[in-house]
Design a protein around this ligand. Structure first.
Ligand SMILES: NC(=O)c1ccc[n+]([C@@H]2O[C@H](COP(=O)([O-])OP(=O)(O)OC[C@H]3O[C@@H](n4cnc5c(N)ncnc54)[C@H](OP(=O)(O)O)[C@@H]3O)[C@@H](O)[C@H]2O)c1
Length: 253
């Protein structure tokens, strides 16, 4: 049995990943603030095995208890693989740093960085003695490497998650039953997060971008999250997983 723990499963990339991973001898633990009823119904119809936890990642202190509960439901003697996908994320505040409020900085860094690190910590602790395949996927963004004006919190949190990927990889290399970890860059996707970003762009800039799109084919197109999920799921199950720490959609498309 393969177990998947997916944060941010209610919409966007998380919903697509959960749909792709449903069935075929797997059990999925979904985590988001609101349950996705459509997903639960699809799982029921497909007789797919799933547990859904409504949990707000802005309260990471509750994560050790949540992870304990998840691991209590894992049948240790049947588990061949456990894969954690840290996917939940948020973009705001989209503001120049001098205009940013402390509570908005805290909220962004908590959801994008503190919560995933806390989940990884529990995951590694609870799987430490298990002699099975263990995988961690951190959904990152190229904004971690090319900072953008008004995206300070988002870019910094994604740089932080990339550093966690590197650090965990170094630490795990020295262990008896190491977990493999990657940061994955999905590229632009047609999701609620992207719509939020589009809303904040001044009309003039948006118009210029659409002109650039017509004359140049270099700008990356926003993909449907199903397209991205399909490629990522294939990569997760490939023997190549973990050989490169930083994987872009283009590497697996
Ligand atoms: N969209 C893009 O163009 C793009 C590009 C590069 C990287 N990414 C990355 O890809 C990942 C998925 O993004 P997406 O575009 O699919 O985003 P999305 O459509 O906005 O979905 C975000 C998910 O995160 C969950 N979430 C947000 N805040 C949460 C909280 N406090 N507690 C628990 N869950 C929370 C949401 O569930 P609830 O609201 O139900 O809690 C939702 O399921 C993110 O890490 C993002 O940074 C996206």
């Amino acid at each position: 049995m393969k177990y998947y723990i997916i944060t941010g499963s209610s919409k966007g990339l998380g919903e697509s990943l959960t749909t792709k991973l449903m069935g075929s001898g797997s059990h999925i633990f979904c985590i988001s603030r609101k349950k996705n009823k459509k997903l639960q119904e699809a799982a029921r119809k497909a007789s797919a095995s799933m547990d859904y936890f409504e949990f707000d990642l802005s309260n990471p202190e509750g994560l050790p208890a949540l992870m304990e509960e998840i691991f209590n439901r894992i049948e240790k003697d049947r588990a061949q693989e456990i894969c954690l996908i840290n996917n939940a994320g948020m973009l705001p505040p989209i503001k120049a740093i001098h205009e940013t409020r402390v509570e908005d900085i805290r909220s962004n860094i908590t959801i994008n960085l503190i919560a995933p690190v806390a989940i990884i910590a529990q995951f590694l602790k609870l799987t430490q003695s298990m002699k099975i395949s263990k995988k961690v996927v951190n959904i990152s963004s190229k904004a971690s490497r090319s900072p953008r004006a008004q995206w300070a919190c988002y870019s910094s949190s994604k740089s932080g998650i990339d550093t966690i990927t590197r650090t965990v990889s170094i630490e795990q290399n020295g262990t008896e039953h190491p977990a493999r970890i990657i940061s994955f860059y999905p590229g632009p996707m047609e999701t609620a997060m992207r719509k939020e970003n589009q809303k904040t762009k001044p009309l003039f800039r948006r118009a210029m971008e659409s002109i650039k799109n017509i004359v140049s084919t270099k700008k990356p197109v926003a993909r449907h999250p199903d397209f991205v999920a399909e490629r990522l799921v294939t990569h997760i199950s490939s023997p190549e997983f973990g050989k490169r720490l930083f994987v872009s959609l283009e590497d697996v498309a």
